[in-house]
Design a protein around this ligand. Structure first.
Ligand code: ZN
Length: 270
């Protein structure tokens, strides 16, 4: 099976529209450093391709993926899989309103947030239908109960999951290291939002730590990932993460452990 990396940035992308930090300024100056919101297209079997998370960049991401270019007036997108209900992983559903209907797979908590929190089922009803379907050939492994800010009063549930497709584990938000994480995987794409735990505070945009925001920092996961037999790549980089600079010496620290950052446009197999 194979996937196409369509984006590797955390919420806001790189550059973020209202920011001129070194990572954003660098991406404005050098277009090859730009990153779209984290997403992958996964081919679960020949002819069945799912987008994993519906980002604000979803239309551009479909254009960048030849597997998803339409034939005649028919899309080749089989559906959308949501690993959580964060805005940067769900708002793209509205961008696909031209579809006759959209197949979506998500946990109950995420489905309820899309309907009740975002109101997307009702808003989209005059345009398209969200058809929630059972998992078929894929699984969502629960990671944490961290819910989006807009749904903070919602019930407990499986809010954040990792997608499992055969030997692939796709976990763009890893707030806790669960027992056995990635141990029987062949390919792991994992949360690289922040390099260190204090980054949100030192960058000045939050009073929380990275872990407090639901993202284990690279410094907390790199040695655990290096111990896995799987090929492991980071994705979902925030604009404050020094790894957004391809010339950062921190890339060598990852390479020394057999790790790296997923490249946008890469096709990976497992
Ligand atoms: Zn920035």
């Amino acid at each position: 099976m194979r996937l196409h990396v369509l984006g590797t940035a955390a919420g806001g992308g790189v550059p973020q529209w209202n920011c001129a930090c070194p990572g954003c300024a660098g991406a404005r100056a050098v277009p090859s450093r730009r990153r779209l919101h984290a997403s992958v297209a996964v081919e679960t079997e020949p002819g069945r391709v799912y987008l994993v998370n519906a980002t604000p960049d979803i239309a551009e991401q479909i254009e960048r993926c030849p597997w998803l270019h339409p034939e005649g007036r028919r899309t080749r997108l089989s559906g959308v899989i949501l690993t959580d209900a964060e805005l940067d992983h769900t708002l793209g559903l509205a961008r696909l309103r031209e579809a006759d209907e959209l197949e979506v797979m998500a946990t109950d908590a995420v489905r309820d947030a899309v309907h009740k929190g975002l109101g997307l089922g009702e808003v989209l009803a005059p345009y398209t239908r969200l058809r929630w379907r059972d998992f078929d050939g894929v699984a969502l492994e629960p990671l944490s109960g961290k819910r989006p800010r807009y749904a903070r009063d919602a019930c407990d549930g499986d809010w954040v999951s990792a997608l499992r497709v055969g030997g692939l584990l796709y976990a763009p938000s890893t707030g806790v290291w669960t027992d056995g994480f990635g141990e029987d995987a062949d390919l792991v794409l994992v949360d690289g939002t922040f390099w260190d735990d204090e980054e949100p505070r030192t960058a000045g945009f939050s009073t929380k730590s990275a872990t407090g925001m639901g993202h284990l920092p690279v410094l907390a996961t790199r040695d655990r990932l290096a111990a896995l037999s799987a090929r492991c790549l980071y994705t979902h980089l925030n604009n404050t993460n020094p790894l957004v600079d391809p010339d950062s010496p921190l890339h060598e620290e990852l390479a020394d452990r057999g790790l790296g950052v997923a490249a946008e446009g890469a096709v990976l197999t497992w």
